[in-house]
Design a binder for this molecule. Structure first.
Ligand code: ACO
Length: 372
């Protein structure tokens, strides 16, 4: 048996949702650069789920469906209020809340395509509300009801802060949502597909995916990047900080990628927004530290930044708590997970690879009283 560590280079499925070819990312054939400049997140959700851009009417319809389904059951809110939120990571709360949501959906185990599409709408609509509600409840604030006529990007910022977000903030946040929406067979998407390939339900697939996204080698890297920026604190400390990390052979969060070798095409858009927003908030130092880190890591290690690197300073500039960065990733990536889950159901086969056994062989059972 040949094994491939971390399944590197293994092609595990066909998919028409998104592609990474020669370091270019497309959603259903549309270049991410084009979408980042022009599309609303809702258009991208439609694109990922239908593989075509919506007409005006189709866009209006999906926006309406998302708005109508954005409220969350009171039980989820009460659940958040029932434990010590200070010691709970928001990704753990989100993972639990999505699993809990399934208990309040009478269609949770109905497996026909229409019911699964309705669940996709519900999950996409409710994830932002859950993340914002958690963030408020842990500060002793009441959750805010989402507006019925606002975009998902505007609504998230509004339900998080209770204030009307600026046009620049909505534009930046929408772009971040578009850029994070899907990414071929990344770890969390693969997790979702493995889960539902057993013909388990949509809620199980998304819950599993949130668990995979949480780790710092995947979505959790954006929070870790902000931690690093704060530890560095000043642009003059960048080189010494990184040299110590290199000497200890520690990874620099927000750099490197399993698939991209020349660089992550999403990073440049986030870099641009980070520069704009850090200047607007009067905290350009986060951008300056970030660009200096990029300069040192790329020149000394030849490893380019990934999607998580500049999203950290950008989200910080939007006033978002650092441990909410990864839940925000989930708020966007759930659109991709759902596209892949629906695609998996359409042409399903159980995903069950093999392991090359390396343990002891030919062991003989020894009764417990005779073991040393
Ligand atoms: N900092 C320093 N060195 C690195 C980094 C990094 N961020 N990334 C890779 N390397 C080095 C490794 O040390 C290794 O060197 P070696 O061959 O001398 O031992 C080599 O590059 C290959 O690294 P692997 O970890 O084997 O690469 P892999 O493809 O398995 O990992 C990953 C990809 C997990 C993204 C890795 O680059 C990493 O850990 N980056 C930091 C965490 C991060 O930013 N994750 C977010 C990725 S994007 C996303 O999921 C949304």
């Amino acid at each position: 048996m040949t094994t491939t560590r971390g399944l590197e280079g293994v092609v595990a499925t066909t998919s028409s949702v998104s592609s990474i070819i020669d370091d270019t990312l497309t959603y259903a054939g549309y270049n991410i650069d084009d979408l980042a400049e022009n599309a609303s997140f809702e258009e991208v959700v439609y694109l990922l789920w239908h593989r075509k851009l919506p007409t005006k009417d189709q866009l209006a319809e999906i926006k309406k469906e998302l708005a109508e389904n954005a409220e969350i059951p009171q039980e989820v809110v009460d659940h958040f209020k029932s434990y010590d939120l200070k010691s709970v990571h928001p990704m753990a709360a989100l993972r639990t809340a999505v699993s809990l949501l399934g208990l309040f959906d009478s269609e949770a185990d109905v497996m026909d395509p229409e019911a699964n599409y309705r669940k996709a709408i519900r999950l996409q609509a409710k994830l932002p509300t859950i993340a914002a509600a958690f963030a408020r409840i842990r500060k002793g604030l009441e959750p805010i009801k989402p507006k019925s006529d606002a975009s998902l990007a505007a609504n998230f910022l509004y339900t998080l802060t209770g204030e009307e977000p600026s046009g620049v903030a909505v534009e930046a946040f929408n772009k971040a949502l578009v850029l994070h929406a899907d990414h071929e067979l990344n770890a969390s998407t693969f997790t979702a597909r493995v889960c539902v390939a057993t013909l388990s339900d949509v809620y199980s697939g998304v819950t599993a995916a949130i668990g995979a996204l949480k780790g710092p080698l995947h979505g959790g890297a954006n929070e870790a990047v902000m931690k690093m920026l704060k530890e560095i604190g000043d642009v003059d400390n960048v080189e010494s900080y990184l040299h110590e990390k290199f000497a200890r052979k520690e990874k620099i969060m927000g750099f490197g990628h399993r698939v991209y070798r020349q660089g992550d095409p999403r990073a440049k858009h986030l870099k641009e927004m980070s520069e704009k927003l850090t200047n607007l908030t009067g905290e350009p130092k986060w951008f300056e530290i970030s660009t200096k880190i990029e300069e040192v890591v790329t020149s000394e290690k030849s490893i380019p930044p990934n999607v998580d690197f500049y999203s950290a300073s950008m989200y910080h500039s939007l006033g978002i708590d650092h441990d909410l960065f990864t839940p925000i990733f989930a708020v966007s990536r759930v659109s991709g997970w759902l596209a892949h889950i629906l695609e998996q159901y359409e042409n399903n086969r159980l995903i069950r690879p093999r392991a090359d056994y390396t343990g002891p062989d030919m062991q003989k059972y020894v009764p417990i009283e005779q073991r040393g």
